[in-house]
Design a protein around this ligand. Sequence first.
Ligand code: PMP
Ligand code: GLN
Length: 379
Amino acid sequence: PTTKLPKVGTTIFTVMSQMAAEYKAINLSQGFPDFDGPKNLLDAVGQYIAQGANQYAPMTGVPALREEIAKKVAMLYGNTVSPETEVTVTSGATEALFAAIAAVVRRDDEVIVFDPAYDSYEPAIELNGGVAVHLQLQPPAFHINWQQLKDAITPKTRMIIINTPHNPTGSVLSAEDLEQLAELVRDTDILLLGDEVYEHIVFDGHQHHSLLSHPELYQRSFVVSSFGKTYHTTGWKVGYCVAPAALSVELRKVHQYLTFSTSTPMQLALADIMREQPSHYQALPAFYQHKRDLFNTLIAPGKFTFTAAPGTYFQLVDYSNISDMNDIDFCQWLIKEVGVAAIPVSVFCNTPPEMRLIRFCFAKGDETLKNAAARIVAI
Ligand code: PMP
Ligand code: GLN
């Protein structure tokens, strides 16, 4: 083959955001807030730039930021990690995911992903010679079927990617799930890649159960998060990976040649807000639950059916009461005829799901959500 990713086109997030702009639809497709992060955070970046913090950051990340990440991990997940050897700042979670996969996946290694799966995993696996093994999350709650996972593990299984809270379904792992996972991987060399970018967006009083909180699982894990989600700054592309020292060494070998380092003034500003305002991420569950509940209450009288998302800033809805179209056609129709953009779920699936599902992003101002809901209930 002349191309390395023959199956890959332009990512659905770009396609849908462009189409939303073209038809002037309310954009609830690509996942990003339409509001800014805390003003002091934005101002701090300007101040650091004015002060001359404009050259390369250390390869592994600004020390102050790595320290704050380690403090947070200790406080929230009871895990004492070394900011020097276990925390690496990356250019978004996307870079951390790619670097972790590139660091350990060898030719013909199998990597288990759960569909619907975030769209960056499979290309990263394939570019590194690995093979993605797709398992289906089980509707309606989109939980992992542990027996199915057990059956899918082979001597070639190198890694399992665990995304909790899960994009696009919003499902979250429980403490018992982590135990099930521990039982399955015990006595194997399987590594785990935890995509936990929505770690602070969990609802209804539930807790986020991080791989970082499970000492046994952590020993084999890369755990990835993103400041874009937590501080409403997706355009800054700052994320990080926490992994035991031996795994971090391997991750850093890739990171140093993929991007080398990540924007200096943003890292300094993020370190300040983490230190001075932990209340920011502590308030996120309530902040986003208000938006989820507002949106869901407003669209409930309409024809979509759904169960409220347990986490993330996405709400999955079933449109089978409205149309027989496939989900891609339906999303195009929704943009053109209703004026609201969403993401079709089949693009995250190796085998198209039997359910007719699309994803709305509710990380939007309340007025935007009200306007979108008014259009949706009028269908
Ligand atoms: N993983 C998941 C599940 C995501 O939803 C996203 C972003 N939307 C990412 C990774 C990438 O995060 P970042 O923008 O920090 O690269
Ligand atoms: N993660 C975001 C989403 O799920 C989009 C990120 C991107 O556009 N690459 O919508």
